[in-house]
Design a protein around this ligand. Structure first.
Ligand code: NAD
Length: 486
């Protein structure tokens, strides 16, 4: 297999080893990391299993007492140092990310800054882990609640945001005083290893942050069952999330689940058409549609429908498709052949049931993993694309008449992660935002993600929140102290 030539100003950020207890560990078995744009080999990483995971958990358990005993300010300073190292190395980290994941370099740079944002936010939050004093129920008693780190955290992350999905778990966990064993997606481990290298350089002690790749089921099995792991935090598909929830039940671990989405995007007749189209492009085609908060169902009112479809189609057709590291690219490849096949099958099913291709609807000549930005009109609830997350650059458009009808369509999903709508009616803005069964709502915007706000879903989209003030809560236990004989 040919290899991708990756030029970094600091080549030591490209690591092909796992990081356990402060040591780089290789293995006899390896996994190939493939550039999705070209199908070439980027790197080979270890394929580790249960024994190494057990070693990593023990290392994290050993590192825990000293780490949690640091003052909040000491932990905060180390996290800020890691933040600074991410920013200092943004160009190399973006190149690594694009090589393994495919997204355009500009998006990769944005992701590294977004990930660094979580480190800064939780470095700040580390110093605000307050407890409470509680008015006592008896004159001779005094009541206090304190908050303490949960302990060792097992983290499992997906390939679509290889840096940020880790940063938003690592930062609150370490800020709270927890230690971590991370299994990143095997398709995109290089960003995770680079983060481990920067954590080492920042002075985060050995054993506090461990990263390993390999047999996902074996690693996940140890993380979910080992008694020393007190919390599982997962971002990925709903199917794997359910499996991990079941596995973690036996030892009653705390769990956070950031699972799949199927976001509705409603455009009302009174919307600003151009703003709605720009919002749709941002919410749909970023990361080639491989984002959990991607708009997946465009629900458009009859009066604005035809104009919206026409403009969105023109914008989608004009998006420049190509390798993420090529000048001017705004649409990279999908992650692999399986992802392209899924998009193809969703589009074929929709066309078979009467949907009309406005633009795209086919693979793209840029390479095997490329799919043309697509808009489909005439979509109905019976089509697979209406029920399942496509995870690709396809915008299916439904038509509706009344607000009630739009809400019924929007809420007809087991998922409840993000939702979007465009309107200029303030009363409707409140009504619809409150009625949408989702964890996050974009009103007159297609971009909602930020480290300062709580990110997460309802229904089968997950449990818990990442970011914002809520993001550190899942890594803390509350302990109530009752003083008597005062
Ligand atoms: P995935 O569930 O296939 O994989 C996610 C992670 O789980 C990977 O690290 C994978 O190796 C691991 N995994 C797979 N099987 C496992 C097992 N049996 N035991 C332990 N670990 C296992 O998901 P994906 O394809 O990598 O990511 C795409 C999905 O993630 C989409 O559904 C997307 O919506 C979702 N996602 C959600 C959020 C969110 O915040 N809600 C963010 C990003 C992605």
């Amino acid at each position: 297999m040919t290899t991708t030539s990756l030029t970094l100003s600091d080549p030591s950020l490209l690591r092909e080893a796992c990081f356990i207890d402060g040591e780089w560990i290789t293995g006899a078995d390896t996994l190939d990391v493939i550039d999705p744009a070209r199908g070439t080999l980027v790197a080979r990483v270890p394929r580790l299993g249960a024994a190494e995971t057990e070693a990593a958990v023990i290392a994290a358990e050993r590192a825990l007492p000293a780490w949690r005993a640091l003052t909040a300010d000491e932990r905060s300073r180390l996290l800020m140092k890691l933040h600074d190292l991410l920013i200092d190395n943004v160009e190399d980290l973006a190149r690594l990310l694009t090589a393994e994941q495919g997204k355009p370099l500009a998006e990769s740079r944005g992701e590294i800054r977004y990930g660094a944002g979580y480190l800064r936010w939780f470095a700040e939050e580390a110093r605000r882990i307050y407890g409470e004093t509680i008015p006592a129920h008896a004159a001779d008693k005094r009541l206090i609640a304190i908050r303490q780190p949960v302990g060792v955290v097992g983290a499992i992350t997906p390939w679509n945001f290889p840096n940020a999905m880790i940063a938003r778990k690592l930062a609150p966990a370490l800020a709270a005083g927890c230690t971590m064993v991370l299994k990143p997606a095997e398709l995109t481990p290089l960003s995770a290893f680079a983060l481990a290298e920067l954590a080492r350089r920042a002075g985060i002690p050995r054993g506090v942050f461990n990263v390993l790749t390999g047999d996902a089921a074996a690693i996940g099995g140890v993380l979910t069952k080992h008694p020393a792991v007190r919390k599982i935090t997962f971002t990925g598909s709903t199917a794997v999330g359910k499996l991990l929830l079941a596995q973690a039940a036996d030892t009653v671990k705390k769990v956070s689940m950031e699972l799949g989405g199927h976001a509705p995007f409603i455009v009302f007749d009174d919307a600003d058409l151009d703003a709605a189209v720009e919002g749709a492009v941002a919410a749909k085609y970023r990361n080639s549609g491989q984002t959990c908060v991607c708009a997946n169902r465009f629900i458009v009112q009859a009066g604005i429908h035809d104009a919206f479809v026409e403009k969105l189609g023109a914008r989608a057709a004009a998006l420049k498709v190509g390798p993420g590291d090529a000048e001017g690219t705004v649409q990279g490849p999908l992650i692999d052949a399986r992802a392209v096949a899924k998009v193809e099958s969703h589009v074929a099913d929709a066309i078979g049931q009467g949907a009309r291709v406005v633009t795209g609807g086919r693979r793209h000549e840029a390479g095997a993993n490329f799919y043309a930005p697509t808009v489909l009109a005439g979509v109905t609830p019976a089509m697979r694309i209406a029920r399942e997350e496509t995870f690709g650059p396809v915008a299916p458009v439904f038509r509706f008449e009344t607000e009630a009808e739009a809400l019924a369509l929007a809420n007809a999903s087991e998922s409840g992660l993000a939702g979007y709508f465009f309107t200029r009616d303030i009363g409707r803005a409140f009504r619809v935002a409150e009625a949408m069964e989702v964890g996050m709502v974009g009103i007159n915007t297609g971009l909602i993600s930020t480290e300062v706000a709580p990110f997460g879903g309802v229904k089968q989209s997950g449990l818990g929140r990442e970011g914002g003030r809520a993001g550190i809560e899942d890594y803390l236990e509350i302990k109530y102290l009752c003083f008597g004989g005062i």
